[in-house]
Structures are given as C-alpha cells and as structure tokens.
Ligand binder design. Sequence first.
Ligand SMILES: *Cc1c(COP(=O)(O)O)cnc(C)c1O
Length: 425
Amino acid sequence: MRYQRSSALFAEAKKFIPGGVNSPVRAFKAVGGEPIFIKKASGAYLYDEDGHEYIDYISSWGPLILGHAHEPVLNAVIAKAKEGTSFGIPTQIETQLAQLAVEMVPHIDKIRFVNSGTEACMSAVRLARGYTGKDKIIKFAGCYHGHSDSFLIQAGSGAVTFGSPNSPGVTQGTAKDTLLANYNDLEGVKTLVAANKGQIAAIIIEPVAGNMGCIVPTEPFIKGLRNLCTEEGILLLFDEVMTGFRLAKGGAQEALGIAADIVMFGKVIGGGLPVGAFAASAEIMSHLAPEGPVYQAGTLSGNPLAMSAGLAMLTELNNKPGTFDSLAKKTAFLHQGIADVLTQKGVPHQINRFGSMVSVHFCEAPVIDFASAAKGNNDTFKTYFHGMLDQGIYLPPSAFESYFLNDAISYADLERTVQAVAKVF
Ligand SMILES: *Cc1c(COP(=O)(O)O)cnc(C)c1O
C-alpha cells in the first residue's frame, strides 16, 4: 500500500486527537481517503512518512512563500532560540518587525502582533466596534476570517438581514450582528447598509478571496465598497491574512490600489511560525489598550522566535521585491499549462488567478462569488486531487482553497505538474 505509514499514523492520531487532526481541512474529508503525514520539507518539496516526495502548492497555506526550511528564516530562529524562547516582557525585535511592516504596507502607522489570523480578525472587529461605537458587521459569503464566533455565519437565501450560525455553539445573539453579502455584489451591500443605517461598524473582506478558490474583486465592487464605507462612516477591514506580503510588499492594498481602514495579517508575516497582526492609522490604533479602552492581550504575543522568523521573512521580501513578479510569472505559466491541457481534453473548467494565488474550478460559468464557486464538479475535483497526489503533486485537499505558490518551485516543477494533469485526464 502506497500510504501505509501515513495510514497507521492517522489511525493512532485519531485515538488522541478529534478526527486525528488539529485543523479540519487536513483530514481530507472533502476529497475522501486519508491524509498524508509529513516528515520533513525542503524548498519546493514535501516528504511524507512513506518516503514519497511532493511538489508543494500549499506552502503551509501560504506562509512559506520562499519555500520550506528557507535558510535565512531557519538561521534567525535557531540563533534566537539560544537566547531564550519567551519572556512576556518587551523585546527590541517586536519593534523591528513592526517598523518593517509599517514601511512595507501603505496606509498603516501602527501594528499589534497576535498569534494567529483568527485572533487578528477577531481583535480588529472589536477595535472597529470600539472605535465606531456600533455593533454590526458585514461579511461576505465564502470569505473566511478565522474561527471566531462572529465569522462562522452562513448565507441564507439572498441578502438576508440576519445570518444563521454555521456551527453549533455560535449563539443567535452573536449571529444577529453579522450581516451577509455576496462577493462582487455592490448593490447587495448598499441594500444592507441602507436597511441598517448608522448601525454598521465594519465591512470585512478578503480583498482577493482565497477561501472559495481564488476570487478576484471587480474594480467597481472594491472601489464602491471603499466609497460606501467613507460615506457611511463604516470602517473597511481588509483581511490580508492570505494576501499580505504575498500579492505585493504592500499586499492587496498596493496591488488593488485601495486603502483599507484596518488591515489584518497572518501566514507570511510569521515566516512559518504562529503570528498574526492587525494594523491601522495611529488614530484608530490609539483606541487599543493600553493607550485606549479596547482590550486585547496575549501571553505569547510578539514571541521572540515568532518575531525572528517574521523579521527574516519580511526582510527577504523587502530586499528582493522581484520575488512577487517571479511568483506571478510562475503562477501564470502554471495557469496557462493547466488551461491548455483541460481545454484539449474537453474538461469544463474555470481558472482564477491573482499574483501567486490560483484555483482550478471544474465548472462552465465564471466563478465570481461563493454560489458560482459551489457549482464546481466535486467528483472531478476528487479524481484530480488524488490523481495529482499519486504523481507527487500536493494540491489543496478542497475545491474551495486556492493554491499558494512558493518561489522555490522551478519551471521544471511546473512542467512536471502540467504533465501530471494531462495524465489524470
Ligand atoms: C488563514 C486565514 C485566516 C485564519 O488564520 P489562522 O492563522 O488560521 O487563524 C483568516 N483569514 C484568512 C483570509 C485566512 O486565509
């Protein structure tokens, strides 16, 4: 059996960890079968416990934009660890990472570090509510902002007034303050805002969505959101946990030319260690404790190991801005290669791409929001996923996830990937 050791390790894991995993998508439920267990990784490649090698198109869901076990990041963490791993009091490296992030990203003056993207989004919404004195938020169906209660709200039919919880344990009381809109539907947002006039603290969005495949906002939509927020005194929150330090030095704000009021980070900013962050103007950030009344804290926030990984990663990206262009070109090459194969084989498909984010949808109509993403043929996706896995290509184990390329991937790797697609179909 090809995945014998992974299978045994999964059985063992399930005895002690719910579902055998510490984050649900890793369990491969959407694609069937069992997860592979990873032993180590280097550059573009993952190595599983059965000794197989994979070209990795997930890069730990985004953080490892320069590839696995990248030397400057590793060296920084190792050196830092020798000086102690956590103090719970200020260290200089927190300021160094903060300063660099503020230099790289437009429209932010100050940044607060936390330990995950979930924490960043949760805290940013609290800050937005504290700042505006309003309770409600608007989110978009299919956008993921971590697993905090306010965000686990599903779309009802059409532009519903009240969301219904997406998970047991989320109360109606929480759900009623999260309003839902559809991605790329500005009119729907305007209707919601008009119906809840003066009550909306924030609109939170993935400025390029990556959690329903990759979905790019139309220019009128994203510009319209900005104008609407400014007119109505609503804060525009860009969840750049995926796009930050990936689409450009300045993330989606730079790539789209749109200013957000609060920006959230995660993934790349931690260089593969647990870091999240949220940032805004000095004026908005002054409302955060201890400067202001909005409480937010963390025992391990600004942890020196995590900061050293983040600082090494952002320093690399800041010094080699060509990385973003290189990644975008590689991703375009992959896009074209896969599109050519699928067209030639007569497989209905849509491919969405922005920078180094790309997703393949097995459907006929353009994918512009959650409803159109959900129309993809999941049986074809499963066949595709497992067919690629067996040929040593590791793709996201869900049709609702974007690929995240890392710059260690070579053109030879990309060509091998396209050939593997041809074999599957
Ligand atoms: C991954 C992700 C999060 C959650 O980050 P965690 O570190 O997993 O808590 C939030 N928003 C977006 C857009 C993400 O991709």
